[in-house]
Write a new protein. Structure first.
Length: 304
């Protein structure tokens, strides 16, 4: 697939990998960086590096290779299916499951299970490692995840993600007692300047990130909240809530190293997902019930 862009004055001065990521939301930034290294991206008919800063009226040509036959092994595994039709499938992802194969996780991922369940009916836009995957949630985050069965559906959902028109509500337990009943955190998120495995509030190089939160219940030392994403940056809820002094319970990356409860990662659940169906144009909203561990935790917090 060959794409062409002309840079406007509004976008001048930003890195080309970020520019292309904004323009091609259906393609991961790491994959775009790979294409840049392979000189599949030309600016004014010359290859450039990932750190090239685009200029006004730059002509950018991007050649995305056609999806090749998948080499991922299909694995028969139980999938908690919320909804399925010929265009999309919604999964209630369990804690500890990686969404797509990557270094150290080439089996047991959601994609391996989808390959078995959907056979060849998965979009190929995001390449051989991420068939059907248009967005993802962290390994230790549970809840609703939409997967696309064809490229038309993939492009539709990707555009909705880009326009921030998808409804995404998460449920979380955070350290401390939030005083305000609701609020909005608007702070750009980018790679941590020192620890590249982490994200952080990054005013200089971060991308716009907006999270709305609402208190559901208050406990002696914790708060149960609903968070609605306006944008979808990596670790957005985890970073935003930690930035206001209320990291997620169980999140040892952005919060305390030790938890008073036996938890496997952060208490974060993607509970509600609303989309415009790519074929019918109808708004559809889906709910993923809280996992047992989360319900058990809430019962304990209510009695302590």
């Amino acid at each position: 697939m060959d794409l062409e862009f002309i840079v406007t004055a509004e976008d001048a001065g930003i890195r080309i990998d970020r520019y292309l990521s904004d323009q091609c939301s259906q393609v991961s930034r790491s994959y775009l960086q790979k294409l840049l290294k392979e000189e599949a991206v030309l600016v004014n008919e010359k290859p450039v590096k990932s750190n090239y800063k685009v200029g006004t009226l730059d002509k950018i040509q991007l050649a995305i290779p056609e999806a090749v036959e998948l080499e991922i092994e299909a694995e028969d595994m139980p999938l908690d299916i919320i909804y399925e039709d010929k265009d999309i499938i919604l999964i209630n992802k369990p804690k500890g499951m990686v969404v797509h194969p990557a270094a150290g996780h080439y089996s047991g991922t959601l994609v391996n299970g989808l390959m078995s369940h959907c056979k060849e009916d998965l979009s190929g836009i995001n390449g051989v490692m991420r068939p059907g995957i248009v967005h993802r949630i962290d390994m230790d985050t549970t809840g609703a995840l939409i997967v696309c069965k064809n490229d038309v559906a993939h492009n539709s959902i990707a555009e909705q993600l880009k326009e921030h028109s998808i409804t995404r509500k998460y449920f979380a337990v955070v350290h401390g007692v939030l005083k305000q009943d609701e609020g909005t955190i608007s702070a750009p998120i980018g790679r941590h300047p020192v620890d590249r495995k982490k994200m952080s509030i990054n005013e200089k190089n971060g991308r716009e990130a907006v999270t709305h939160y609402r208190v559901l219940e208050r406990y002696r030392q914790f708060t149960y909240v609903e968070c609605q994403l306006e944008t979808g940056r990596t670790h957005q809820i985890r970073v935003h809530l930690a930035s206001i002094g209320h990291p997620l319970l169980g999140d040892s990356v952005y919060g305390p190293a030790k938890s008073p409860y036996r938890l496997n990662g952060q208490t974060l659940h993607a509970g509600i997902l609303g989309i415009i169906h790519p074929r019918t144009g109808e708004y559809m909203e889906f709910t993923a019930p809280l996992p047992d561990y989360f319900e058990d935790l809430l019962r304990k917090l209510r009695t302590t």
